[in-house]
Write a protein that binds this ligand. Structure first.
Ligand code: ASP
Length: 411
């Protein structure tokens, strides 16, 4: 049986077992979770996390070196960031629009008295931007600071590209390290079905499906927005800009999306999403290895959608009306918040406080949605990484077409 099929079956079984466990006595769930599900899930997470820093570093070095000239890297960088910003703004508009149409905060009874939410301090966005250049790259790698690792790798890659023959040995070393890491991913992914099953069963069992109740409308609004953005926005972009078939894209990319679903982490899924993008979707290595790690760190359309819907939802529950300026502020701050969101579980919710603060909504409102956020995190992470891969596909296809045209003109 293919790995994709195995992961899909694990996913379905995980959901079924998770739902059954959520109806079982808490003590029973705790025993199963502590001794079976959590350890198996954690071992799988550790296995893939073990590869993230080396893969991001090596693949970006090779990507930047492969592009050759600094100007080319800059051009791809600008195209990538432009795509990310536009697609995030569209995602936020879909989320806000649907939240107004469906009005999830108007339905159901929400008890907002005595609600508490301990706000965790989100890093100030300016700090994140200034600190992109690492003062100590070894420290960045040790602490897994993705943006800093990306910046350092780009410098090294550019150097290798410019120096060419002189640094051929190191370049070859990076190529061989890449081969080795790709082999390791293949081995680690063999454990994916078991890991995915355990993580999903644990998350769904612990989230308590029976507690969804009046949050169903909120969840429905987020899920519908995610589906519309994935099918319409990305679908059209892949078809019109990338001249590719969106159905083939989703079919080939689904194993990465299901691992994102089970781990709720764009970063942890990176090794697999890079491998699939390069080997199955045919995305140029130098583009994929540059665009996807950057996207896994700063491009979170699914997270943006949750933040947009949650903000409107909280305003509705507290009967605070938002005017047009508020909507624009939501779009701006949620874009920044999704840039600042690390690709690990649950950070989107922490960053939501920033959006709420900006327009003066009560941060305690987050307490309403915490309970159901774990499940939404799984779904939005799958969309987050699909956005990165579609951007890479579009840029790579355009590059290929351009190269063909130049070849034709030359001949
Ligand atoms: N879990 C998300 C991701 O890794 C981030 C978030 O929304 O919390 O992409």
């Amino acid at each position: 049986m293919s790995l994709t099929k195995k992961i899909m079956i694990a996913l379905i079984l995980g959901v079924i077992v998770g739902i059954s466990l959520s109806f079982s006595p808490v003590s029973f769930f705790n025993i199963i979770d502590t001794y079976i599900l959590s350890p198996v899930g954690q071992i799988f997470l550790n296995l893939i996390m073990m590869l993230v820093v080396p893969i991001v570093f090596v693949s970006i070095v090779l990507g930047a070196a492969g592009l050759g000239e600094p100007a080319k890297v800059g051009k791809i960088g600008i195209q990538t960031i432009f795509f990310f910003l536009v697609s995030t703004s569209i995602a936020l508009s879909i989320g806000i629009g649907l939240a107004y149409m469906i009005q999830p905060g108007e339905e159901g009874i929400f008890n907002t008295s005595n609600m508490e939410y301990e706000e965790q301090s989100a890093p100030p966005i300016m700090d994140t931007l200034v600190n992109i250049i690492p003062s100590n790259p070894i420290k960045s790698m040790a602490s897994g600071d993705m943006l800093q690792i990306i910046a350092f790798a780009i410098f090294i890659g550019l150097g290798l590209g410019v120096l060419g023959e002189k640094t051929k040995g190191i370049h070859r070393l990076f190529e061989q390290a890449n081969e080795l890491l790709m082999w390791l991913i293949k081995i680690v992914m063999k454990t994916a079905p078991y890991g995915a099953f355990a993580l999903i069963a644990s998350a769904i069992g612990g989230a308590g499906i029976n507690a969804i109740g009046s949050m169903a409308m909120y969840m429905g609004t987020v899920i519908l927005s995610l589906i519309i953005h994935g099918t319409v926005t990305y679908g059209l972009a892949i078809w019109l800009l990338g001249k590719s078939n969106p159905l083939t894209f989703y079919k080939d990319f689904s194993p990465a999306m299901s691992v994102a679903f089970s781990t709720s982490s764009s970063s942890a899924t990176l090794p697999l999403s890079l491998k699939i993008a390069q080997e199955k979707l045919g995305i140029k290595k130098e583009v994929s290895s540059f665009v996807q790690p950057l996207g896994a760190t700063i491009n979170m359309d699914g997270t943006g959608i949750m933040q947009a819907v949650a903000t409107v939802f909280i305003a509705q529950v507290y009967t605070i009306s938002l005017d047009f300026t508020d909507i624009i502020i939501i779009i701006l701050t949620a874009t920044l918040a999704s840039i600042g969101t690390a690709g690990v579980p649950g950070v989107g919710l922490i960053m939501l406080a920033m959006v709420l603060n900006q327009i003066g909504l009560p941060v305690e409102g987050i307490a309403l949605i915490v309970g159901v956020d774990r499940i939404l995190d799984m779904l939005r992470t799958s969309l987050n990484i699909a956005g990165d891969a579609s951007c890479a596909l579009i840029i790579s296809n355009n590059m290929k077409r351009k190269e063909e045209r130049t070849k034709l003109q030359a001949s």
